[in-house]
Design a protein around this ligand. Sequence first.
Ligand code: PLP
Length: 411
Amino acid sequence: MSTPHDVTRDTFDELMVPIYAPAPFIPVRGEGSRLWDQDGRDYIDFAGGIAVSGLGHVHPELLEALHEQSRRLWHLGNGYTNEPVLRLARQLVERTFADKVLFCNSGAEANEAALKLARRHAFERSGGQRTEIVSCEQSFHGRTLFTVSVGGQAKYREGFGPLPGGIRHVPFNDPEAASAAIGPHTCAVIVEPVQGEGGVMPARTEYLRHLRALCDRHGALLVFDEVQIGMGRSGALFAYMKYGVTPDILTAAKALGNGFPIGAMLTRNDIATSFQVGTHGTTYGGNPLACAVAGKVLEIMSRPEVLAGVDERHAWFMDGLTRINERHGVFSELRGMGLLLGAQLAPAWAGRSKEFVTLGARHGLVLLIAGPDVVRFAPSLIIPERDVEEGLRRFERVVAELAASGARAVA
Ligand SMILES: *Cc1c(COP(=O)(O)O)cnc(C)c1O
């Protein structure tokens, strides 16, 4: 017998601008990789709040960091700096290629800053001759007008024109197409080292090396969007470290704040100087609460066992998913890096990824999709083995139920 609630899923349809179609249940509490809904049902979380909860829900040390800062200072605006933002900047600079950091509140804003900085940098050096941004098809860089224009998915741009110009899209992982597109007119090339929303597609190392060489040859900036794959998800703090290809600008968000909104743009000194006082800004950027949490996230991720555990968990997932697929055969490929995994639906099941999420909810499992043909997994980097095992048991029930519903005949 469920208790009556003052707000329900129906309240969403009544009051919310309908840009989402959330699950039928409302989670009210989380702990580690478990969630509980309004009626006390439990779920295993294989989605991690879309690759955000890298250290799980309500991590005790993050809770303490937030509490501690919440008793001191919440907000000042950027007319004053604060201790948490400076400590966080120092941590990021010490642990990456970057010399300088800019903070904002989301991935889209981090990319917006990166793209604006690249344009401004080129403007200062070439007086407006070099403006073109090269981006990949199927890429995702956020939902502002600039970032949907740069992103490689036309459906996110439809009906929002006129759009910002000077943007060219090339097929991902295609070195010849990149060679043809990148030249003296190119101001920046932006790429996700592992495409997340686009179907969990890792870049080939040679491809990123090729982009690096083309940017060097033509004087363009290489921007890595690590909003999804960054912050430990690849098994390294940032995926560029794993690939051994260093960008000029890197963007991070999602797991940086583990659920407390924060984004960051990292770059070198010689590029950062193209932004001066007043060129760019945001009210909340560098907010002490967000920075206190992110600082603790980075501290926890610097413990060797955290990143080492990502590869171990990758193996648990791949082994488990492989075995499930041997029994049911609904996936044509299992791929990904670290704890960003994609299960590509075989042709007979194409277009049905959303059904996995719906069935998952019924079986006590929170799943993600990456387009209509890919089931995506982005769990906590410290998910315990028993939760992986239990989650995979539930996942097999989902797969079995879907398999029993019958495959579509494919020619
Ligand atoms: C989620 C995501 C973004 C957008 O981040 P928001 O915080 O939603 O604005 C940008 N790039 C990539 C690769 C992402 O996965």
